[in-house]
Ligand binder design. Structure first.
Ligand code: PLP
Length: 477
């Protein structure tokens, strides 16, 4: 592709993306295709000869769009958001345009130094403990996902607990890890990958708001020590996926400090709320944490992937993950004066993700980001109020921020049919969980362009479908 052709098709693609965002509400939010539909539209074998770019772009409309679930629709209320924004998309494009692979400081000093700087900015923006700053004992790094951040934290904890014995000679020994029924499944996966073993994963009781009960944690740790285990890692969550519970960090932290157990805080979704001073209570006690992560790719308008991972003691992380083959040796690394982020993550190679974060923070400014986060919380609180006032629906858990867990009082079958019908209609997309053994709907409000009017319309659709269902209806609403 010549520079002239690149310019021509680049402009065309930017126009396509801008148009897509303008018309995103006209598509069914959840893709309506059946398994295999998309592959059936693709040729069985790759083209032998290059094709015109116009033809490729045309197939984006014909083949790809029908199979897209529109995460950037303001009517997307499923899972947790993966919200994007203009500046983030442009930052991603620039990252691709530069084509940098930033495994070492040497392989692109700007990639490393901008990332370090953005991570320090985030500490300030969220008022995180100073120890997470690069100028202190710790530091931050961008990971692809919270799952990777948790795995890195667990590996560092494992090595600290076993005095680097596991890295040297394998066999993690009898290490134990502590979570709750509400902790994200990525922690269980990390336990499997890290060789700790699911049998050593302890499920700590939760209270009525689905938050970890610190007394139960202390009891379990004592019990494990008495049995000869090595309590190694506690994962506390700020904003659980199923219930938005906020684990009591301070009391958990005091236990972890006393017991010398690594405390990781997973704030993948809800951490961004701390942009606003009035929501910083969610981080009360974070100063006890050894590591912390939140996802700007969920609720800070920075398109996937971008997880911000912080450690209090960078040496513990680097010592667990560092490996230096001859072909990567270089003078800058040797001086010890630079950061080589390859030592802070699982893969060697890494993308220039800090660009999109830099673009987002500079475009919105802290005030702009605060505005959108506040709006989402305000709208979610309004939705929760409608549920509370309704005779047919009930809240299934407290709604401290922007996730509302609710259900129709008619039971699981009604809730399942309600969700299926709403999602099939294409008007909105909702997903479910199970709380207290009951099927529960999740209204997750955090897409960049979601406004009160979208949530109001969603509530009207939910109520209308529910009425139709409970009256044994047929046909369409
Ligand atoms: N932790 C929590 C609380 C989450 O809600 C999620 C995903 O929704 C994750 C971790 C995993 O996130 P990721 O996709 O970045 O690995």
């Amino acid at each position: 592709m010549t520079p002239q052709e690149f310019r021509q098709y680049g402009y065309a693609l930017i126009d396509w993306i801008a148009d897509y965002h303008q018309r995103v509400e006209s598509f069914p939010v959840l893709s309506q295709v059946q398994p295999g539909d998309i592959r059936a539209m693709l040729p069985t074998s790759p083209p032998q000869h290059g094709e015109p770019f116009d033809a490729i772009l045309a197939d984006v409309d014909r083949v790809i769009l029908p199979g897209v679930t529109h995460w950037q629709s303001p009517n997307f209320f499923a899972y947790f958001p993966a919200n994007a924004s203009g500046p983030a998309i442009l930052g991603e494009l620039l990252s691709a345009g530069l084509g940098v692979q930033g495994m070492l400081w040497l392989t692109s000093p700007a990639c490393t130094e901008l990332e370090t700087h953005m991570m320090d900015w985030l500490v300030e923006m969220l008022a995180l403990p100073e120890k997470f700053k690069s100028t202190s004992t710790g530091g931050g790094v961008i990971q692809d996902s919270a799952s990777s951040a948790t795995l890195c934290a667990l590996l560092a904890a494992r090595e600290r607990a076993t005095h680097f014995q596991t890295n040297r000679s394998g066999g993690a020994g009898h290490l134990t890890v502590y979570i709750t029924s509400q902790t994200h499944s990525s922690v269980e996966k990390a336990v499997m990958i890290a060789g700790i073993g699911r049998d050593n994963l302890r499920m700590i009781d939760v209270d009525e708001s689905y938050a970890m009960r610190p007394e139960a944690l202390a009891e379990q740790i004592a019990c494990d020590r008495a049995a000869g285990c090595i309590p190694t890692f506690v994962c506390a969550t700020v904003g659980t996926t199923s219930s938005n519970a906020i684990d009591p960090l301070r009391r958990i932290g005091e236990i972890c400090q006393r017991e010398r157990v690594w405390m990781h805080v997973d704030a993948a979704m809800s951490g961004a709320a701390a942009l606003c001073p009035e929501f910083r209570w969610i981080h009360d006690g974070l100063e006890f944490a050894d590591s912390y992560c939140f996802n700007p790719h969920k609720w800070m308008f920075t398109n996937f992937d971008c997880d911000a991972f912080f450690v209090a003691d960078r040496k513990a992380l680097i010592d667990a993950l560092s490996i230096l083959p001859e072909y990567l040796r270089n003078a800058a690394t040797q001086t010890g004066a630079v950061i080589d982020y390859r030592d802070w993550q699982i893969p060697l190679g890494r993308r220039f993700r800090a660009l999109k974060l830099w673009f987002v923070i500079r475009h919105y400014g802290v005030e702009g980001l605060q505005f959108h986060v506040r709006e989402h919380v305000r709208i979610a609180q309004q939705f929760a109020e409608w549920v509370r006032e309704s005779a047919d629906f009930e809240l299934a858990a407290p709604a401290p921020l922007n996730l509302v867990c609710f259900r129709h009082k008619g039971g699981d079958a009604v809730n399942q049919q309600l969700m299926d019908r709403l999602n099939r209609s294409g008007d909105l997309f909702l997903t479910h969980t199970r709380l207290d053994g009951k099927l529960t709907l999740r209204m997750s409000i955090g897409q960049t362009h979601t406004q009160l009017k979208h949530v109001q319309r969603a509530w009207e659709r939910i109520q209308a479908e529910a009425q139709w269902l409970t009256k044994g209806g047929s046909g369409s609403v």
